[in-house]
Design a protein around this ligand. Structure first.
Ligand SMILES: NC(=O)c1ccc[n+]([C@@H]2O[C@H](COP(=O)([O-])OP(=O)(O)OC[C@H]3O[C@@H](n4cnc5c(N)ncnc54)[C@H](O)[C@@H]3O)[C@@H](O)[C@H]2O)c1
Length: 324
């Protein structure tokens, strides 16, 4: 259960790309807490300087401000590194529909540079962020690896391409790669601001400010919301996974199903706010329901998530109350 008991060889060094972002900064923190070294590579395009500053006093932490679109930067960042956790990318389905060429360059070429740098520098394991969006319009639930549909957005295409590149790097160059198909991650430090903010931090912030949140669609859409602690566990366990499990992508979720409208009223209740939501139009490129079969990650990575949705949400609300 969890990841706090995991042991890596002494002096192990991790590289977290996108380490100034939500998931990346949580990965950096967990690795430092376990006592290992971590280098963060981030161009601060969507990440925050504060997510770097909080670790700068720790001698095991190092920050490189740089862009994964630049191969030389990736090569320097991979120097002396055992494990790469590649999180750097731009998220958001709607934004990717507005700027497809940038997404291709940033999310595909960037990850390809990181794969190439990891190969050249002899990195042991390359774990990377994919996304549940690769299931596209596949209607069956739960989502199962190997049963994908037509892609619905440029963002989803970038993640699918990353998976294919990673598979080739395992097949031809012997680099052990493990794709993490995250399902709607939430938790501390997820950005509540901006037009493309994720729904849980956005609603919490709006409710705390006594604003009226807008639900896109009827609120009856469902997602497998996944607490960030489970995501940390999956990444670290993938670093310790056997070679036989490499070249694969895995659903990383809790395996539950939460309806947006229920989440909304859970939030109003726990924040003690008597505010009804607005209802807006459906978002383009979105699917109605998504939940994951996590048996592949359980079987091949030993993933065994500790946090169900309710427990994760409670911790997240507490964090936002104290940090907004
Ligand atoms: N949060 C989720 O629910 C979710 C779901 C599925 C997949 N993902 C994926 O997980 C990863 C992390 O997402 P997040 O939610 O923490 O997002 P985030 O925006 O908080 O973090 C991404 C980080 O990557 C950095 N970055 C982006 N492009 C870069 C580049 N070219 N070079 C260097 N750094 C760059 C950003 O500055 C940011 O700090 C992403 O790959 C995302 O696509 C997230």
């Amino acid at each position: 259960m969890g990841y706090k008991h995991l042991k890596f060889p002494e002096n192990s060094k991790f590289l977290v790309t996108g380490g100034a972002g939500f998931i990346g900064s949580n990965l950096c923190e967990a690795i430092l807490n376990l006592g290992y070294k971590v280098r963060c590579l981030d161009d601060l395009s969507t990440g925050k300087q504060a997510n770097v500053d909080m670790f700068l006093d720790n001698p095991n932490y190092e920050f490189i401000k740089g862009d994964i679109k630049d191969l030389d930067t990736c090569l320097k960042a991979c120097e002396g590194v055992d494990y790469v956790l590649n999180q750097a990318a731009w998220g958001s389905v709607p934004r990717s529909l507005e700027m497809p060429i940038f997404y291709c360059k940033n999310n595909i070429e960037g990850t390809l540079n990181m794969l190439e740098a990891a190969r050249q520098k002899g990195v042991k394991k390359f774990v990377y962020a994919s996304s549940s969006s690769v299931y596209g319009d596949e209607p069956n639930l739960p989502k199962r690896e190997g049963r994908e549909g037509n892609l619905l957005s440029p963002y989803a295409l970038t993640k699918r391409c990353d998976e294919e590149w990673a598979k080739l790097y395992t097949m031809h160059y012997g680099l052990d790669t493990y794709g993490m198909r995250y399902f709607n991650v939430f938790g501390r430090r997820q950005d509540p601001n901006g037009a493309y903010a994720a729904v849980i931090p956005k609603f919490i912030k709006q409710l705390l400010n006594n604003e009226q949140p807008t639900i896109n669609g009827d609120g009856k859409q469902s997602r497998d919301f996944t607490y960030v602690e489970n995501v940390i566990e999956a990444n670290l366990k993938a670093c310790l996974a056997p070679h036989e499990a490499a070249g694969n992508a895995f659903n990383i979720a809790y395996g539950g199903r939460e309806y947006l409208i229920d989440i909304y009223y859970t939030l109003t209740k726990s924040l003690n706010k008597n505010i009804e939501p607005n209802f807006g139009p459906d978002r383009k490129g979105d699917i109605k329901h998504s939940n994951a079969d996590i048996s592949k990650a359980k079987d091949l990575l030993g993933y065994d998530p500790d946090y169900n949705f309710a427990r994760g949400l409670e911790e997240a609300i507490e964090w936002y109350k104290n940090n907004l």
